[in-house]
Design a protein around this ligand. Structure first.
Ligand SMILES: Cc1cc2nc3c(=O)[nH]c(=O)nc-3n(C[C@H](O)[C@H](O)[C@H](O)COP(=O)(O)O)c2cc1C
Length: 258
């Protein structure tokens, strides 16, 4: 059963302002420290998913469905499954990058609610034939991402916190979760997020400067980053260097300054 939006006039009068949207976009963070003692009522989870379902999607295919998990035992099993997968992941990280920091954030385990984002790939048939053949999978995944990011924004707007747990889409975790939760094999497990009340305000985050990422009319070569700039960015601002906080990232900075 589908539902259409309200009249254009009604929508226009209810429109959120740019300033509200910007404030929300800046406020939303990945919250990895959750208060295990504060419940999140169903009503709030439904508010989050109500926002998510208004996301745009390729061909209006709306591939998303959401599985809400509250059961203590199931959440514990999922957190353990995740920890198990992290062992291999850390080993790979160490082999390639020489450090295993900042892999496998387990804070989500304290969230009273986990939400699995599922996708039905049959909606790829909604796309034009050529689109479906050449980039059906991309469009399908992008559509799931739209709903997920709206859900995270909605979580933030309610004063709650959420953490992406993208490892659930790996073949190992997906297979196990489908079996435990009765999810049809044909469905895609795209992502999962925990919802809870933040226990700690996250450290400030950074974003690339607006002027650096806008090219006007043509790609502006002066704004292109050389390899050294990209490498600095990766170690100082991204997960690779623990957002600049790891010993490896600090050592690189000291070396560069010397
Ligand atoms: C596609 C995608 C996958 C992500 N996967 C994870 C994850 O598995 N675990 C996690 O803790 N954060 C995950 N994140 C969150 C990012 O690390 C985070 O958005 C980024 O570092 C910026 O920080 P912020 O969300 O606090 O602004 C993911 C984000 C996206 C968009």
């Amino acid at each position: 059963m589908t539902e259409t939006v309200q009249s254009a006039a009604q929508l226009d009068s209810d429109r959120a302002t740019y300033d509200e949207l910007l404030a929300l976009a800046r406020y939303r963070r990945s919250v990895r420290a959750i208060d295990p003692h504060r419940e999140v009522p169903d009503e709030l989870v439904e508010k989050v998913l109500e926002v998510a379902r208004w996301a745009p999607s390729a061909g209006n295919g709306q591939p998303w469905e959401f599985l809400v998990i509250r059961d203590d035992d199931m959440r514990r099993r999922i957190a353990e499954l995740y920890a198990k997968q992290m062992a291999d992941k850390r080993e790979m990280q160490e082999a390639v990058w020489g450090h295993r920091n900042h892999i496998g954030f387990t804070g989500f385990r304290n969230s009273p609610v986990f939400v699995l984002v599922l996708g039905d790939p049959r909606v790829i048939d909604a796309y034009p034939v050529r689109t479906a053949i050449e980039k059906g999978e991309n469009h399908f995944i992008s559509s799931l991402a739209q709903a997920t990011v709206l859900a995270h924004l909605a979580v933030a707007s309610l004063g709650l916190g959420s953490q992406w747990v993208s490892d659930v889409s790996s073949p190992y975790m997906s297979t196990m979760l489908k079996s435990w939760l009765g999810i049809p094999r044909g469905m895609k497990i795209y992502d999962m997020f925990g919802i809870g009340y933040p226990a700690v305000v996250p450290e400030p985050t950074s974003r690339r400067a607006l002027e650096e990422i806008i090219h006007r009319g043509q790609y502006e070569p002066g704004k292109g980053r050389d390899a050294a700039a990209v490498e600095r960015f990766l170690w100082d601002d991204t997960l690779l260097g623990g957002w600049g906080a790891t010993g490896a990232a600090k050592a690189r900075r000291t070396q560069a300054e010397a």
